[in-house]
Design a protein around this ligand. Sequence first.
Ligand code: MLT
Length: 404
Amino acid sequence: MLRVNENYLKLPGSYLFSTIGKKVSAYAQANPEKEIIRLGIGDVTQPLAPAIIEAMHRAVDEMGSPETFRGYAPDLGYAFLRDAIVKNDYEARGCQIYADEIFVSDGAKSDSANIQELFAGDCKIAVCDPVYPVYVDSNVMAGRTGTFEERTGMWSDVIYMPCVMENQFVPEFPKETPDVIYLCLPNNPTGTTITKSQLQEWVDYANKNGALIIYDGAYEAYISREEVAHSIYECDGARTCAIELKSFSKNAGFTGVRLGYTVVPKELKFGGASLRDMWARRHGTKYNGAPYIVQRAGEAVYSEAGKKQLKDQVAYYMNNARVIYDGLKKAGYTVFGGVDAPYIWLKTPEGMSSWEFFDYLLERANVVGTPGSGFGPSGEGYFRLTAFSSFENTSAALARIREL
Ligand code: MLT
């Protein structure tokens, strides 16, 4: 008889945003007259930029004619997109990345979950705490995390690096040396980040210890400070220790379109094996590529018109971030993030847990946020609000919160 992958059975509860979705639906059903404002999941609300829509229309027309119809995409993604990525995201920043090190995919979420397939079952992972849940859950599914301890909310074989108010949300080098280090910068969920020189220390640490950094740069477009790196490859030595994940979801509003890419430099060799070649093998076997229409949409992100329109879109969301940040401050909350990232991270009021504050905000202000403890034990006592709603809803939500 079939035996299931019992690692799945170790996962406590459901995926964080599914749990929240169910809670909010139940509340909405019981209170149909309430107008709920959602500042929970980091899903965008603004329409796709005109340059992207035009590119998609053109690509759709090409698909309707025998001369320009396209079938399967090339394994790594179309050259027109990978070349645009190299030129704009790397060469323009002085980083040396080659087109055959870029793997186009349907988004950073799936890549961040799948990348662990390249590592041995007994590799030790280190994560920031709080953390985007996908990194840990995907390693749980692969049987790499040991047992879950209800009392601490931690997995026995995961190295946690607390990022809390007391250390300015900057992860410290762990006592035990990890094999794989997940870093998401600017950070989801805390909305904070580290400087390029602090990132350089992580690159040096990884190289010295033979560890690999999985660098999730999904929120890079929101960086406003000069001293923050836009790519880990701006750091010396990153080609020998880092894989970078990038998304088009947050910088271009592709949460529903789906597009991302992963950079695996050729220098990444462990035990003589090339991670780039292994990832290429996996891509070829398990994936048929992002659709042509979507890759053309991605190319338009790098057009002159696209860049200008998306800069305005990012500014729109960052204005929301300011509204949230300032509004919460005026209401007396202790607030973080929102400067280089579209997330605001706040301390829950004295004596209230993250989930208690979730219920309080939902019931009293009809505003949905994300409980910090859903991202890991060190998130307890914190709460996340996203700047991805409309300006009108963001302002209305803050007016309600300030009235509480
Ligand atoms: C979040 O709310 O943390 C993000 O939307 C999740 C994601 O990007 O998958």
